[in-house]
Ligand binder design. Sequence first.
Ligand code: SF4
Length: 679
Amino acid sequence: MPQVDTHCPYCALQCGMHLDGVRVTPRDFPVNAGGLCQKGWTSGALLTSPKRLTTPMIRFNGLLEPVSWDFALDFVARKLTELQAAHGPDAVAIFGGGGLTNEKAYLLGKFARVALGTSQIDYNGRFCMSSAAAAGTRAFGADRGMPFPVTDLADADVVLLAGANPAETMPPFTQHLRGADLIVVDPRRTATAELASLHLAPAPGTDLALALGILHAVVADGHLNQSYVDERTTGFAAMWRIAASWWPERAERVTGVSAADMRLAAAKLANARNAYVLTARGTEQHATGTATVGGWINLALSLGLPGRPGSGYGCLTGQGNGQGGREHGQKADQLPGYRKLDDPAAREYVAGVWGVDPDSLPGPGRSATELLEALGQEGGPKALMVFGSNVVVSAPRSQRVQDRLSALDLLVVADFVLSETAALADVVLPVTQWAEEDGTLTNLEGRILLRRKAIDPPPGVKSDLDVLNGLAVRLGHERFPADPETVFEELRIASKGGIADYSGVSYDRLCAGEALHWPVPSGDHPGTPRMFLDGFAHPDGRARFVPVEHTGPAELPDDEFPLQATTGRVLQHYQSGAQTRLIGELNDVVPEAFVEIHPDTAKRAGLEEGDQARIRSRRGEMTALVRFAQSLRPDLVFVPFHFPGAQRANLFTNPALDPVSRMPEFKVCAVALSAVDGA
Ligand code: SF4
C-alpha cells in the first residue's frame, strides 16, 4: 500500500506520523510538530510481531485450541444466551478500553444495551481520567480534557503542571512549554520537574492541601480576580469557607512544601499575562481524585484562567482515545454524545436512533473496579467479554481480579496478542490493530482524528466491529453496522445535541484535513477549538467553584508498613505493557519492573542497588529491581506498573474508590520493603 498519513497507536497526544509499509517517520502535525517519542518511532514493529494472534481459540481440557471464526462466534453466542436465560441479562458483562476507536467504543455500548440488554459495561478509562472527567463536568458543565489547542500553550508565560510528567509520558508535548516558566507539582523529581523553575514536592496524597494553600495565598495576597469571579462563576463563598482555613503555613505542615513556595507559585500565576493550570494522573488516581482535581480547578478559577483567550485549565488525557473513549457509551452510566443514561430525554433520543423502545434500555451498571470485584460472585456477572484492555495487569488488587476472572463461567477476550488477560480466557478472538483498519480517535484537545488503514491485517484476523456484528446477528439483532465509516455515521447522529456533539463531522471532512474539535453541531460548523470563551456549559453560563476539603490518603503508614508507594509510567512503556513489551528496542532498555528508593531508605531495609526487593502492602506484594534515586523523598518508593506476573505493581495498590468518579487509589498506599531472600 502507498505511504499513509496516520497517528501513533499509543498516547492521547496522537502524534502525526507517516507509515510506509511498517516503516514509521514523523509527520508535521500541530501536536507533535515533527517529533515522536521512542514508542512512536518503534510502533511499526507491532504490525509484524511474531506474537500476533491469527486464529480464534477456545479452551478445551485446559488448553487453548484453534477453531474457526464461525465455531467461536456460535459458541460465544450460545453460552451468552444460556447464561442470560439462567441468570438474567446482567449475567453478561462487557469491559472496554480507552484505546479503542470512537466507532468501537460506540458499538460496544450499543451491543451491551441493545443486543445483550445488560447494564454491566464499563472500561479501563475508569482507571485513568474519570476523576478529571467528573471534576470538569462539575465545574464547567462539560468535560473536554484540554478545551483549547495544545499549540496555545506556546504563548503561555507560566504553566503549572500538577501530577503530570509529560517529559516521560508524551515528550513531544513539552516543546509547547518551551517559552513558559514551569511550576511542577509532583512528590518525585521527575524529568518534567527538572524543567521547572519551581518544583513543589508535596507528601504523597496531600496534593489537595497544597492546592488549597496556594488558593489561600492567591486570595490573601490580593491576587483574586474579583471581576471574573463575580461575572463568570458561582459558589466562591461556599468554597472559601473551607479554603479560608488553609493558610499556607497550615498547608506546609501537611504537605511539606514551604509556605513561601506556595506564595511564590500564587504570585507567578497571578502576575502572568497568560497562564495555565494542567493536571494529570497524579492528581486524579486517588480515592479523593475528583476533589483533588476540583481543588486545582478552583485555583484556576480564582485567577480567572478558564475560558479566557491565551489562558486556561486542562487535563492531559492519557490513553490514545482517552477523550473519545469516554464520550460514546462504553461507560457504565453513559449514552452517546456524553449523555447520561438516567436522563429520560437522552434515553428517548438514543433509543430512537437505535430503533428500540427507550424502556428496554437498562439503567446504569457497576463501575470498573466494582464490576471486576463482582465477577462470578453471588448476584454478579457470570460471563465477561474484554475488548482492548488487560485488566490482569492494569486493575487494582490484580491477584484478586485474576481470581475473579477464573471464577467466571465464560471469559472472552478480543486482542491482537495473548495478553495476560487473554491467557486466562475461555475464548480468544484475534482482532485487528491500529494501522489495519480505519477509525477515528479524539485526542487530548478534543480534536477528532481519522486514522486510516495503512496495511492489510494478517489472514484470519477480524475487526472488533466484525466481532460485535457477528455476535449481534447470532443474538437475533440485525441493526449492527460493521464498516467503520457506517458506524461513524450512526455515532454522529446518536451524538447530535449532546455535550460531545459530532453530528457535523464526517470522514470526508477529516480526510480533507479539517481540524475539527467537538462540538461540531452541523456539517458547515468549523468545530470548536476553544471552548468556554463566551460562557461555560452550565445553563447559566457560569463555572462552579466546588467546596473541597483535604482528607488525605485512604490509608497511612504504620510500624508494619512504614513507607508510601506510588505508581506511574516510564518513557519506554505504555499502560499494561502488553504492546511495548513486544518491542525489542523498548523492552531492552527497561525489561523488568524496578523500584526507585532513596539510598538511605534502601540501606535501612538492607537493600543495595541491583538487589531484588519485595514491596508489600496490606493487600499483596510484588518484586522489583532496586534502583537508587537520590532525589526521591525518603518516605516514598516509586514503581512502574507495566509488568506482569510477580512484578505487577497492582498486586499491592489500594482499590479504595473515589466516591464520585469511582477511581481507585493507584497513587498512594502504605508499603514495607525487604530483600526477596530476606524475611
Ligand atoms: Fe506516540 Fe504519545 Fe509518543 Fe506521540 S508522545 S509518539 S502519541 S506515545
